[in-house]
Design a protein around this ligand. Structure first.
Ligand code: PLP
Length: 455
């Protein structure tokens, strides 16, 4: 163990060798994915055209622990275990008695938590004999993580990047090109789904839902190609639990027990991976506040309906029981591109619905304000997505200042913002708009498109 005032490092030998699967510990079973044509639960054969069988099995597994393959562990060790840092200078700046820790996933080669599942998914696809992976990306974090992983395993990689992010974040694109991926601004005219969307909305900024439709279609129409998703699905949450499992060991080394866990939510993967290993304790009655943070412009958990919906815009995916703003909802082009998704991970939604996890939403400017405060005190510039978690942590720490409670606040620092500096410039120049999506009209309209069965 190496411990100092600012960080708690876990020795490599202590890196977890199994992922944690929350499914057997849920308060009630997860509703199955449904086939959009029949309304019946989908079986492995329905998913086989776009996913390798190992990942399909992980999707429904009831095993509590699933071994991490040696080759995946070897690649993880390029950057894992990641440090758990104590934000002492931020604590001082906030004059709070709270102790704030952050799990620093920004140290991965792509700069976020995303390679934790990218490497695992590329590995299982490679073993299954697949030649190419197709995917979508919002902010470009996921696309770059998958490009990196495909590069490690000698797979080709095609990335459909949400158009607004393609233009906002050109250097994420460069990163994907360095790692050998092909990148297209979505919607494109390369797929039927893309062409249909462009015909209806030629000036659309794009959305994750649209890009997913394109990547799924690409995979489904090419036998040597599979689809890879960077969030939402159960196997993605599973791979990310390495984050929370390491955090548990590090908190133990520090002699701390968390009172508050915080993460930002786009599709839910960094949040789930970070907090799921702690959920069984909470279900057994331990006092623990778990906060999921989303943008006010895309308030899926706080204002969406909990119902079956498609994971994509064109309606190519199975129906998923989740909080949703409706699959035709196009979130405004805010700078936290990775949080612009109409739905969320079904595992996370079930726990929010059961009130095990609470959700809150923030507008952009207060989020960037918290990010600047963090950068000025801790040095690291957070990704705009991560900054949402920071805003909630700052609010919790300020509450502790008011009540005098010395709570232990732990957040997942999902990524750095080195490729998001244009967003910071916009913030510093006062050009960021605080878009609060009023669900009443917009969401009601999107929800009208929901499939009608079953309730
Ligand atoms: C740094 C960062 N954090 C969070 C997210 C949100 O995704 P998820 O909710 O799956 O962790 C993204 C997505 O691109 C991201 O890049």
């Amino acid at each position: 163990m190496q411990m100092d005032d600012y960080k708690i490092n876990l020795p490599e030998a202590e890196m977890p060798q199994e992922w944690y699967n929350i499914q057997p510990d849920l308060p009630r079973p997860l509703p199955p994915y449904l086939h959009p044509a029949t309304g019946q639960p989908v079986g492995p054969q329905d998913l086989a055209p776009i996913f390798p069988m190992e990942l399909i099995q992980q999707e429904v597994s009831q095993e509590r622990y699933i071994p991490i393959p040696d080759e995946v562990q070897r690649l993880y060790r390029l950057w894992r275990p990641t440090p758990l840092r104590r934000a002492r200078r931020l604590e001082t700046a906030l004059k709070t008695p709270a102790r704030i820790y952050y799990k620093d996933e920004s140290v991965s080669p792509a700069g976020s938590h995303k390679p934790n599942t990218a490497v695992a998914q590329a590995y299982y696809n490679k073993v299954a004999g697949i030649k190419r992976l197709a995917t979508e990306t919002g902010a470009g974090q996921w696309g770059s993580a998958l490009a990196l992983a495909c590069n490690f395993f000698g797979l080709e990689c095609t990335v459909y990047m949400v158009k607004v992010s393609y233009h906002q974040k050109p250097y994420r694109r460069s990163l994907m090109h360095i790692w050998g991926a092909d990148v297209y601004p979505s919607p494109t005219d390369r797929t039927q789904a893309g062409r249909a969307i462009l015909a209806k909305m030629p000036d659309t900024p794009g959305s994750l839902g649209m890009a997913i439709s394109e990547a799924v279609e690409d995979a489904a129409t090419h036998p040597d190609t599979n689809y890879s998703l960077g969030s939402v699905l159960n196997h993605v949450m599973l791979h990310q639990t390495i984050v929370g499992l390491e955090t548990q060991k590090q908190l133990k080394l520090a002699g701390e027990k968390p009172d508050v866990l915080i993460g930002c939510v786009g599709g839910g993967s960094n949040f789930a991976g970070f907090c799921f290993p702690f959920v069984p304790e909470k279900l057994k009655g331990r006092e623990l506040k778990i906060i999921a943070v989303e943008p006010a412009a895309c308030p899926t958990l706080t204002k969406g309906a909990y119902t079956y919906d498609f994971g994509d815009t064109a309606g190519l995916t199975p129906l998923i029981m989740m909080h949703t703003l409706g699959h035709s909802f196009v979130p405004p082009g805010i700078h936290a591109g990775g949080l612009r998704y109409h739905g969320d991970a079904p595992l996370l939604c079930l726990l929010v619905h059961e009130k095990v996890i609470e959700a809150r939403a923030y507008a952009q400017n207060p989020v960037f304000e918290a990010a600047r405060l963090f950068a000025q005190n801790e040095g690291i510039v957070p990704a705009p997505e991560t900054a949402h978690a920071l805003k909630a942590a700052v609010d919790e720490a300020v509450r502790c200042r008011e009540t005098g409670e010395a709570k232990v606040i732990v957040l997942n620092f999902s990524g750095h913002g080195h490729f998001d500096l244009a967003a910071y410039d916009a913030f510093l120049e006062g050009k960021l708009q605080d878009i609060e999506t009023d669900p009443e009209e917009m969401i009601k309209k999107a929800l009208e498109d929901l499939p009608r069965f079953p309730k």
